[in-house]
Design a protein around this ligand. Structure first.
Ligand SMILES: *[C@@H]1O[C@H](CO)[C@@H](O)[C@H](O)[C@H]1NC(C)=O
Ligand SMILES: *[C@@H]1O[C@H](CO)[C@@H](O)[C@H](O)[C@H]1NC(C)=O
Ligand SMILES: *[C@@H]1O[C@H](CO)[C@@H](O)[C@H](O)[C@H]1NC(C)=O
Ligand SMILES: *[C@@H]1O[C@H](CO)[C@@H](O)[C@H](O)[C@H]1NC(C)=O
Ligand SMILES: *[C@@H]1O[C@H](CO)[C@@H](O)[C@H](O)[C@H]1NC(C)=O
Length: 505
């Protein structure tokens, strides 16, 4: 089975030494598991599909003796191994997860919401049995379970945490978590000039969610799922839905699609990249890289924007933060219209980047409403006109929603910036310096009531010397809450730079 090695090495003649190590790792693995033929030549979505469909023999799960509970719910603690990923190149190569399966006392047995949460339970140093009913992500899932009368489950340790990617001269390799490991994985793909798709962390992350659905399918006898996650695990929802027909809906939080266009817009609004994205910036993964052929092949695999038809049948509930540390509030202009329906949006005012825990718990009523309505929320449609005005309509059948206009002013007239925290600077024009950077004041969202007549055209007056961002929100009795996307006025973007504004702000 060694004949296939040639094209791999040939594809990457001037790659750095660690990429050779990775190639060797793939060789060894391949020799013992010939079914991994996906490593040869794949492109785009096929890489994802082939990776998740390949049996690496590691899948295993069992129920532990631990049961946790709270008012109106009971949670079984399960342990699961989803896969082996790149043995000999990454330690640990085994992805172990804690899976908490929550059953409310009054339950409809039709679907399960699977929440891929930020939490290390199942990793090398956070045991499954240390998870408790007071964990905020468990509480968020329990709140949803009780309110929606549906099973929910929390999957931890996706991606596997403390991953160490071997590189020559680094002994032992540095154990990484979260943006550290995701950016390292993207950088390895870049270094291989796109030859080594399996190094992309999105692939094993999607497989972990799929294996969790396998476990829940056997444990609860349910084959219908809604996936939920924030940020990189929000992208996981789309990736997984595109390859697994058991997914009927997603709740994707704080993660835009069409990353390249969103980043270009970010440069034009901020004059650089947000400091929160520093691990990616430092590795040269933003900006021009995404315009290269390797960058495009990276996007073709990881960015659902490039395979929307594969998610056209599912219900999509997308939630964005109004003051996200990574993503400008009107990033949706670069991708929302292209998303195939059914789809709904909610913008959360006065919220930094949403990572999980208490932040998701606050969203539980809206997410429960989505589940209870069988993944169908009221219809809100809108368009953004040339002058930035939002023209919106909300379905009039049934109960009228309460409507609000939300607006926020940018920090100053220099950047179109609505973040609470920006990069460390000599002078903080909109607030004061802390160890984190500049803490900005005055970017808070405020709201006013609008009449509930079913159709609106809104363009707020601009506060002199600022940009004004705004959107409309709609709230129905029973918890359903939706919004339009954000528009910013005046519409002129402050920076014309492209490659020239590649700094951190
Ligand atoms: C369980 O929920 C259903 C609605 O799904 C409701 O009609 C019923 O009264 C509830 N049962 C109990 C015991 O609360
Ligand atoms: C994963 O779980 C298996 C079985 O419990 C264990 O043998 C192995 O050491 C674990 N690996 C990691 C990296 O936690
Ligand atoms: C967990 O393990 C990793 C590597 O094995 C180590 O670097 C890290 O400090 C540990 N974290 C905690 C909280 O113990
Ligand atoms: C990306 O995908 C598109 C079609 O989906 C294809 O035309 C293009 O060649 C791909 N680009 C790369 C670099 O793989
Ligand atoms: C904008 O200002 C004008 C004049 O002060 C006022 O009449 C109007 O109501 C304001 N519009 C909005 C949307 O606040």
């Amino acid at each position: 089975m060694r004949w296939w090695l040639l094209p791999l090495v040939a594809a990457c003649p001037d790659c750095p030494a660690h990429v050779e190590l990775l190639q060797r790792s793939l060789t060894l693995r391949k020799a013992s598991a010939p079914s991994l033929s996906f490593l040869e030549k794949c492109s785009g979505w096929d890489c994802l599909k082939e990776y998740v469909s390949t049996d690496d023999g590691a899948f295993d799960w069992h129920v532990t003796a631990k049961v946790i509970s709270g008012p109106g719910w009971k949670g079984s603690v399960l342990e699961m191994t989803s896969q082996r990923w790149l043995p000999n190149f990454v330690t640990p190569d085994t992805w172990n997860h804690t899976l908490v399966v929550i059953t409310p006392s009054n339950v409809t047995q039709d679907l399960c919401l699977l929440y891929a949460a930020l939490g290390y339970y199942g990793s090398v140093n956070a045991s499954s049995t240390s998870v408790s009913s007071s964990d905020e992500d468990v509480r968020a899932a329990a709140d949803i379970a009780v309110a929606a009368r549906r099973h929910t489950a929390v999957l931890f340790n996706v991606p596997a945490e403390y991953l160490a990617l071997k590189k020559p001269g680094q002994v032992p390799p540095q154990p990484l978590v979260e943006d550290g490991s995701l950016s390292a994985s993207w950088a390895s793909f870049k270094d291989s000039h796109g030859a080594l798709a399996p190094i992309l962390l999105e692939l094993p992350m999607a497989k972990a969610a799929i294996k969790a659905m396998d476990v829940i399918g056997q444990f609860l006898k349910i084959q219908s799922f809604v996936l939920m996650g924030t940020s990189k695990r929000g992208n996981l929802c789309w990736n997984t839905a595109s390859v697994d027909s058991r997914v009927r809906g997603i709740v994707s939080i704080a993660r835009p699609l069409n990353l390249r266009a969103v980043l270009h817009r970010t440069q034009k609004e901020l004059g650089g990249f947000p400091v929160a994205a520093k691990p990616y910036f430092e590795k040269g993964l933003l900006g021009n890289y995404l315009d290269s052929a390797t960058g495009q092949s990276f996007l073709n695999i990881t960015d659902p924007y490039f395979y929307f038809p594969r998610v056209s049948s599912i219900s999509k509930f997308v939630i964005n933060a109004g003051n996200d540390d990574f993503f400008v509030p009107d990033n949706t202009k670069e991708w929302w219209q292209a998303v195939p329906g059914p789809k709904w949006m909610l913008t959360v005012p006065n919220s930094k980047h949403i990572v999980g825990g208490a932040q998701v718990r606050e969203l539980a009523p809206m997410i429960s409403a989505f589940l209870q309505a069988d993944l169908q929320l009221p219809t809100v449609t809108w368009s953004v006109e040339e002058d930035g005005a939002i023209v919106a309509r909300a379905a009039r059948d049934g109960v009228k929603p309460q409507v609000r206009l939300w607006q926020a002013d940018s920090c100053d007239s220099h950047r179109m910036d609505f973040r609470f925290v920006s990069a460390k600077a000599e002078v903080c024009p909109c607030g004061h310096a802390t160890s984190e950077g500049c803490e900005n004041q005055g970017v808070e969202w405020r709201s006013t009531h609008l009449s509930s007549d079913g159709a609106w055209r809104v363009r707020p007056n601009v506060t002199e010397g600022h940009w004004t961002a705004f959107f409309l929100s709609f709230q129905w009795p029973g918890g359903a809450k939706l919004s339009t996307e954000v528009s910013v006025v005046p519409t002129q973007l402050p920076f014309h730079c492209y490659a020239s504004c590649e700094g951190i702000v």
